[in-house]
Write a protein that binds this ligand. Structure first.
Ligand SMILES: C[S@@+](CC[C@H](N)C(=O)[O-])C[C@H]1O[C@@H](n2cnc3c(N)ncnc32)[C@H](O)[C@@H]1O
Length: 319
């Protein structure tokens, strides 16, 4: 993890300038912002970590509650997101420590910052609309770009390396487990066949191969034919379930007594990890669960922001 000083400006300057010039509606809209803040219950003087600060939408709703003495630790693996968050949160700079890193390392960061425990932790999982909207990041199946999908550009493994190097069996398993893709085996076989002639380098090439692999009847369903494959690759490239599982394991020690954790999941495997860890923590006497059932977004939010539709919010309070 790398704690950044206020005067640092890293990478993606042109892209950042473009994003900041865009109207706020083009930025990532915070999903279930009101519900998340209500459950997090930030108070003056509290120390809260936003482990997935993204464009800073949730953080902007949290920081005013911490004034005048409180502190926000704003973490993101994505340098561009962090730069954007820093700009949007500029009026609260004295209250915030920005960190380029993985929330799975939050325990080490708290040690480094000499913070004994958090009053609150927010995780808003998955990718942001800024990531998906940028063709050069390779997250989108509807825009041609390099097969990248890394949230953190310091990482070596990309979607291109997985697609071109994984054995067919492993590729099929990944698409099946992380993407719940019915045609995982067929897609993996088509990819392996194609990469014999030349490496697969772009999102458009991969979309073409997926469309060729599935039966014609599956090409025009409700979901784009490449949705599940792209989701699986993104989750694998960024080890999203691994990061969540390690954080959940350390959660009892990250929170102070009375501290709260609020987690927004968008994928059934993520939500299952959260649900199980929260239930186990109850059995072990670490916390009480504040959400008996996962809280869904309102119908109004779902129609205003389609990305919210699959959100599930769960929260606990440390004993
Ligand atoms: C859904 S967006 C967050 C949006 C943010 N809540 C907002 O309102 O603007 C998720 C963000 O989490 C980041 N992210 C995902 N996994 C991460 C991890 N393990 N550690 C740190 N950041 C992560 C992504 O780079 C992305 O910027």
């Amino acid at each position: 993890m790398r704690v950044e000083r206020d005067d640092e400006r890293t990478g993606g300057v042109t892209a950042l300038a473009t994003m900041i010039r865009q109207p706020p509606a083009a930025w990532h809209q915070p999903v279930m912002g009101a519900e998340a803040v209500q459950l997090l219950a930030p108070k003056p003087g509290a120390v809260i970590a936003d482990g997935t600060v993204g464009a800073g939408g949730h953080s902007l709703m949290i920081v005013p509650h911490l004034l005048p003495q409180g502190h926000l630790i704003a973490v993101d693996r994505d340098r561009e997101a962090l730069d954007l968050a820093r700009k949007r949160l500029t009026e609260f700079t004295p209250q915030i420590t920005f960190v380029h890193g993985n929330y799975r390392d939050l325990h080490a960061l708290l040690d480094e910052l000499k913070i004994g425990g958090l009053d609150g932790l927010l995780l808003d999982l998955g990718m942001s609309s800024m990531q998906v909207d940028r063709p050069d990041r390779g997250f989108s199946f509807s825009k041609d770009g390099p097969l990248d999908m890394r949230m953190d550009d310091e990482q070596e493994e990309t979607a291109e390396s997985l697609v071109n190097e994984l054995p067919a069996e492993e590729l099929a398993r990944l698409l099946d487990e992380l993407g719940e893709e019915r045609f995982a085996r067929r897609i993996a076989q088509r990819i392996v066949q194609a990469r014999h002639s030349r490496p697969i380098r772009t999102t458009a090439e991969l979309v073409r191969l997926i469309a060729q692999a599935v039966p014609a009847s599956a090409r025009h369903g409700r979901l784009h034919v490449a949705t599940r494959t792209f989701q699986a690759l993104r989750m694998a490239v960024n080890d999203e379930l691994g990061a969540l599982a390690s954080l959940l394991e350390r959660l009892p020690r990250l929170l102070k007594p009375g501290g709260r954790a609020v987690i927004l999941a968008f994928h059934s495997l993520e939500d299952r990890l959260v649900k199980r860890a929260f239930a186990q923590g109850v059995r072990e006497g670490w916390w009480t669960v504040l959400t008996k059932k996962p809280v869904p977004p309102s119908a109004a939010e779902c129609s205003a922001n389609p990305r919210a539709r699959s959100a599930k919010l769960r929260a606990i309070e440390r004993r």
